[in-house]
Design a protein around this ligand. Structure first.
Ligand SMILES: Nc1ncnc2c1ncn2[C@@H]1O[C@H](COP(=O)(O)OP(=O)(O)O)[C@@H](O)[C@H]1O
Ligand SMILES: O=P(O)(O)O[C@H]1O[C@H](CO)[C@@H](O[C@H]2O[C@H](CO)[C@@H](O)[C@H](O)[C@H]2O)[C@H](O)[C@H]1O
Length: 464
């Protein structure tokens, strides 16, 4: 057995990206490769470890740096000390790994080993300066499902490289959608820099191998906070956010148009409608099991789904899939940019790669404005009325911006939008109960309000 694996198993549960919260990991090594290191005696390795503690088992990517002795200033990133005295450090926090990763992408390197391979691919614009090796690197803090490293190379634009933690066979929509949008000239995504594709043993596949994205690098826009923080501050200060929300609605509509042109569309056949309905029902079943307060609303929620199923359906196309304020940034010079097209982390990857309904994204952002009110209220209950009014204006402005820029008659898809808003709130009820139980009242209150508003008022667009 690889001696690093036992140390990783002990360390994993405390990592934000570990999805099996509440379980002790049960890991086995699927593969590992080594990247070149410029420091003698130092090994840069990436391990692919399967966690069998959850159903289905989850495959994690764990880059590590093995050093012969302790690096005292890196003690916070020590994974463990192996029997032979080797010190195992968390790769994204160690320059030996970050140098090797950037080099792999920019110079299209390839690492081959038993059980797994990794190949870098550069996709920067021909006229863009290629990032130099040995760029200072830092890990982005905060609550992320993946690990993002920011590089500040000399003479080239900063780069953010996201190391995917949970791996799946097949394309990662974050890479393919953002890269296609950037290639189409869309101003609403950061230009792509490159990616890493891996291949690993998988006895569940016909040819015994799985292939998928391991990392994705894009230009990093420094000094721009994600809109969740900006919106929270605006709501707390009673600042109007309608102009920004309107422009965001227009940007989302333009991204939908570009994605519709770049990827195949599909007509909403009975089979597709049934599949989406089944996904709503499946999620509701999980939610009721994990959040017992929802049992009382189950029949009413199902009635919304039934109405939506019977109503009008537009064509399906690729969408963002997990759109909320934490996934968008407003650059003073470039306007709104959308990030993280990976889709909802709790949804099977095979579903996230399929054409979907643009109203799912609209609903996601509407929920996010409501979250601003909910989060404000949790801390300052006395500001509830103002916060809710702030959210209501932002929601309406977002819808208006979307309708004007897309020409879509959202009024026609009112039932569908209401169903997706409820479905998102149901998802959030599960997400919060698992990750931030104090926040569970935000989606639970939203579900009650959406149901109380009645089918025709829920998310009612003002025009279009
Ligand atoms: N290209 C970028 N420029 C500036 N900030 C970015 C960029 N990409 C990501 N970020 C910041 O990183 C945060 C997390 O990125 P995201 O892609 O959503 O990662 P995750 O999949 O781990 O949630 C975003 O909310 C944003 O603040
Ligand atoms: O950013 P991720 O892809 O990891 O998304 C997950 O985590 C989000 C929280 O960080 C969660 O979003 C929910 O909380 C946000 C505020 O923190 C709010 O803006 C969103 O509207 C709300 O859904 C997201 O659902 C989850 O998939």
């Amino acid at each position: 057995m690889d001696p690093a694996v036992a140390a990783i198993a002990e360390w994993m549960p405390a990592q934000r990206w570990y999805g099996g919260k509440g379980h002790a990991p049960l890991v086995r090594r699927i593969g590992a490769w080594e990247l070149p290191s410029s420091e003698s005696g130092v090994r840069v390795r990436s391990l692919l470890v399967m966690d069998d503690a959850t159903r289905p088992p989850v495959l994690y990517q764990v880059p590590v740096v093995e050093r012969p002795a302790a690096v005292p200033e890196a003690s916070a990133h020590l994974i463990g000390i192996l029997e032979d005295g080797t010190h195992l450090y968390d790769g994204p926090h160690d320059a030996a790994f970050t140098d090797a990763l950037l080099d792999l992408i920019v110079h299209e390197g390839r690492a081959v080993a038993a059980g797994a391979t990794a190949a870098g691919h550069y996709s920067g614009a021909p006229d863009a300066a290629r990032p130099t090796p040995h760029a200072p690197a830092t890990v982005l803090g905060g609550e992320q499902s993946n690990t993002s490293i920011i590089f500040r190379p000399e003479g080239a634009a900063p780069v953010i490289c996201k190391v995917f933690r949970q791996l799946h066979h097949g394309e990662n929509p974050d890479v393919t959608l953002a890269t296609a949008l950037a290639a189409s000239g869309s101003p609403h995504v950061p230009p792509s820099v490159g990616d890493v594709i891996g291949e690993w043993d998988d006895i569940g596949r016909a040819d015994g191998r799985a292939r998928g994205h391991l990392a994705f690098a894009q230009e990093f826009l420094p000094g721009v906070e994600d809109a969740w923080r900006v919106a929270l501050l605006a709501a707390a200060g009673g600042q109007d956010f309608t102009a920004e929300a309107h422009a965001l609605g227009a940007a989302v509509a333009e991204v939908h148009r570009s994605l519709g042109a770049a990827f195949p569309r599909e007509t909403a056949s009975d089979a597709l409608i049934a599949a989406i309905d089944a996904a709503w029902q499946r999620r509701l079943t999980i939610a009721v099991a994990e959040v017992p307060q929802l049992e009382a609303h189950r029949a009413e929620i199902e009635a919304y789904y039934a109405r939506a199923r019977a109503g009008a359906w537009p064509q399906l196309q690729r969408i963002h899939g997990d759109l909320h304020l934490g996934q968008v940034i407003l650059s003073p010079g470039r306007g709104w940019l959308l990030l993280d097209f990976e889709g909802e982390p709790m949804r099977p990857m095979s579903e996230r790669r399929r054409p979907d309904l643009p109203v799912r994204d609209v609903a996601g952002m509407l929920r996010s404005f409501d979250y601003v009110a909910g989060a404000t209220e949790l801390v300052h209950p006395e500001r509830a009325t103002e916060a809710r009014a702030w959210a209501a204006s932002a929601r309406q402005a977002f819808i208006d911006g979307y309708v004007e820029a897309s020409g879509t008659d959202l009024g026609k898809y009112r039932d569908l939008l209401a169903a997706f808003e409820l479905d998102k709130a149901v998802y959030e009820a599960i997400y919060e109960t698992r990750n931030r139980p104090d926040w569970a009242p935000i989606p639970l209150r939203a579900i009650e309000q959406l149901l109380a508003a009645g089918p025709l008022q829920a998310s009612a667009p003002s025009g279009g």
